[in-house]
Design a protein. Structure first.
Length: 325
């Protein structure tokens, strides 16, 4: 089979097309013929050796895949050959075939395409659990969503509304992206490339600040977001896209009972009582039209290096998808 593999950390150029043996499933594994794989900032962090956990080499990126079951292990009873499915895996998605644990594989609704399906497992579940599980969003509260035109952002803006947020403030870097955030349901949009954007956020809340903030950039964005936080506010960190780690004095949170919370999706993946019901809930929102998935562009798998370049240069919006077919 063809796959995209890295044997050293570095820029997009370290992603190479290779020929590997097709995996064989055993036990609870299923072999999935991959029709679509989602591209995420976690993939770029893996490539650079900057991920939250160590990335072993050689490595095939790709955590969210959709496709067709072509083989099943001896212990698999919930799936059969020919099933259309979507799932999250630790690695191996940038390939024509990938192994997955059947206990975490979800059958696809007939009306949902493979390309749309891969917009849900990582980015959909991240948006869901950052808002609900970690951010503890309550009805009527104000939410700040950074990078609101991206894969997680477009979903988070909509889910915040579905979950009952009173006001959703979205940030993005261009007028085109801000327009997309409005189309997703944002009440207020702010260009975070302009100096003083944090003051615009505070002004929009009458000086009160936001109750829940979703932060994935790090560095200066983290500090300015902290300034936007209300009393009893929760700032949830789910990435460090800038590569800049942030330092602050935890005691500064005490005066206004604020929280800074870390989020790492693999921990949710290990709790099946959280993972499967929330993914099914997301499918329901898509099926009934409440949640619209935004696919930025679909690329051939061999273009993975180019896609990483586009993503890291902030030239994209919506979900980026690779397809081996």
């Amino acid at each position: 089979m063809k796959a995209i593999q890295l044997t050293q950390y570095g820029g997009p150029e370290v992603l190479k097309v290779v020929e590997l043996n097709r995996p064989t499933p055993s036990g609870y594994d299923v072999l999935i013929e991959v029709h679509a794989v989602g591209v995420n900032y976690a993939d770029t962090a893996r490539r650079e050796g900057q991920y939250v956990v160590k990335t072993p080499l050689p490595f095939i990126p790709g955590a969210e895949i959709a496709g067709v079951v072509v083989e099943v292990g001896d212990n698999v009873t919930n799936l059969q050959v020919g099933d259309r499915v979507v799932t999250l895996i630790e690695s191996g998605g940038y390939a024509e075939f990938a192994l997955a644990d059947a206990r975490g594989v979800i059958p696809l609704p007939d009306a949902l395409s493979y390309e749309l399906a891969v917009a849900l497992p990582l980015q959909g579940l991240s948006a869901y659990h950052v808002l609900k599980t970690m951010g503890r969003l309550e009805k009527g509260e104000t939410v700040l969503v950074h990078a609101a035109a991206g894969g997680v952002g477009t979903i988070a803006v909509q889910l915040a509304k579905i979950f009952g947020a009173g006001t959703v403030i979205a940030t993005a870097s261009t007028e085109e992206k801000l327009t997309l955030a409005r189309e997703m349901g944002a009440d207020i949009v702010v260009n975070y490339t302009k100096d003083g954007w944090e003051n615009n956020v505070l002004q929009a809340t009458g000086g009160k600040g936001v109750d829940v903030a979703l932060e994935m950039a790090g560095g200066d964005v983290f500090y300015k977001t902290l300034k936007c936080l209300a009393t009893f506010g929760r700032l949830v960190i789910y990435g460090v896209a800038s590569g800049e780690q942030s330092r602050f004095y935890p005691s500064s949170l005490m005066a206004r009972n604020q929280s800074v919370i870390g989020f790492f999706l693999p921990q949710i993946m290990r709790k099946r009582e959280l993972l499967q019901p929330s993914l099914q809930e997301l499918f329901t929102y898509v099926s009934d039209g409440r949640l619209k998935l935004t696919i930025g562009e679909v690329f051939a798998m061999e273009e993975a290096a180019h896609v990483h370049e586009l993503m890291q240069s902030r030239q994209t919006k919506g979900k980026l998808v690779l397809t081996p077919k």
